[in-house]
Design a protein around this ligand. Sequence first.
Ligand code: NAD
Length: 442
Amino acid sequence: MKKQEELYQEANKPIENSRRNFIKVAGIGLAATTLLNTALPSAAHAQTNRGDQAIDETDPVKLKEINDASEKPTGAIPSALRPAKRIGYAIVGLGHLSLNQILPGMVKCKFSKPVALVSGDAAKAQKVALQYGINPKNIYNYQNFDEIKNNPEIDVVYIVLPNAMHEEFTVRAAKAGKHILCEKPMSVSSASAARMIAACKKSDRKLMIAYRIQYEPNSHQVMKWTRGEQFGKVRVIDAFNAQNIGDPEQWRLKKALSGGGSLPDIGLYNLNTSRFILGEEPEMVVASTYSTPGDIRFKEVEETVMFQLFFPSGAISNNTCSYGIHESRYYRCNANKGAHFGVDNAFTYNGLQLKLSQVQGKMELKSEPSLGPEKDQFTLEIDHMSDCVLHNKTPFTPGEEGLQDHKLMEAIYESARTQRPVKLEKITGLDVFRGTRPVEQQ
Ligand code: NAD
């Protein structure tokens, strides 16, 4: 039996040492540093190998069940990878999403950990690094960002910047040999999204778009009911996503940084969730946009978009997104056999509620089925990316998924501009742009 101290040392042994050992064994010797950045062909490539060679989830701790068998089981105790073997993330941009959701979500991950920060504000980055136990030597700014290529602790770059900056940092991260998790919307145009995919392919790096709803258990349940025709065929999905946006100076209202208004920011959830639930791709869109005349917030981008997506199965997704009304986020799938179902608070971070209204005999029963304790969507999404890096899988929401949304948003704007329906390329099959289904959903 190994002593506790030995086990501790082993668990915390820096990965870099194992890699150096590997290089020595291979007879490559002292040129390790150069080789890590060239012949391997990069430090990050070697880290992918780390996953292949050395994944060892610790045995889960087991506790005795304390409740009667008639009670809900408490479930398995989470079992995490030892810290030294988790996938290391550099978070780029320390704004609202990074500080309120991503970093708190990441500390609950089993396969992922924050190891570096990239920010234009050194003092803020120092403070955040202290809070999350990140080595201050792993703080970068937007100018020296490319130096991440020399940092083997970083496996994945998580881009959480204004939309128009996603392409630049994806391309730079791929060149530095790192995998990329990029916030939605993927970019500001389909042309830009295509360039991001090409850059990641060229460097043989994974690219995932952070569509958290596709990792969220309530929407997953809705997807299963819909595709399994549990209540007949879903004919109409009604989706609403609105918030009353404030500060007129923020980047979301500057077209050059955002690419558009409520559509790419929040209407994208309606669009992407409908596509996820049905698994199909729309063949036609009809849309209109509206901005209140004189409202200084909407000088450059639109306030409200209404759009319908027509799918090959005959299903229609009817959507409203707006920056000008009080927060309201829900969707309903209306089926043809005595039921409608969906999610309230649908696109928010927490407080999501599954809703089912079902005819049974002569009664209509309304229920809020519970899927158990709420899970952090960011934790699920980030650990999926890490699982893909560790086991060399294609992410469920790869760049191609983001590119398709950009093409559809462009069609939506075109329809609104021309006041005509826009026909789209016919795409047959289900989930054609998606990769490996997350483990939790298998
Ligand atoms: P934010 O404004 O709070 O943060 C943006 C960060 O980028 C800030 O730290 C800012 O300093 C930095 N930055 C660097 N250059 C900048 C520039 N030229 N102009 C403005 N800021 C600059 O924004 P956020 O809400 O954190 O959003 C960041 C990204 O995350 C966006 O792509 C957004 O669409 C996405 N997002 C996703 C979700 C989600 O649920 N998945 C939620 C909110 C935001």
